[in-house]
Design a binder for this molecule. Structure first.
Ligand code: FES
Length: 118
């Protein structure tokens, strides 16, 4: 008997995300909340963060998918300008300096990156 997998939503195949790309996505949780996500490839690794700024709880992007600062080295919150490392989610500049974007739990299933939903 195999254990049931936890509920999850398919996001993409990791190879679809190019180096330096930050792509919006979302997951609807098992409790019915739709949560915005950011899929980022940086330094070769793909990570998924919750699209929720730790300063005031707004999405980072000023328009869908516009996540980068001007030189495309840090993720930018458009609301008050916080900037986050794309590999750790650590805030280097802005009003929530020292806090982090929340990593969203993920799972790989048959080569597809999934966001856990519950
Ligand atoms: S809400 Fe992101 S910096 Fe204020």
């Amino acid at each position: 008997m195999t254990a049931a997998l936890p509920p999850a939503v398919a996001l993409c195949r990791p190879e679809e995300i190019t180096e330096g790309e930050a792509r919006p996505a979302s997951v609807t949780t098992t409790w019915g909340e739709t949560v915005g996500l950011i899929i980022v490839r940086w330094g070769g690794a793909v990570r998924v963060f919750k699209n929720w700024c730790p300063h005031a709880g707004t999405p980072l992007d000023w328009a869908p998918g516009m996540f980068w600062n001007t030189d495309r080295t840090l993720l930018l919150c458009a609301t008050h300008g916080a900037q986050f490392e794309p590999d750790t989610g650590f805030c280097l500049y802005g009003p929530c300096r020292g806090k982090r974007l929340e990593l969203w739990p993920t799972d790989m299933r048959d080569g597809v990156l999934h966001a856990l939903a519950g």
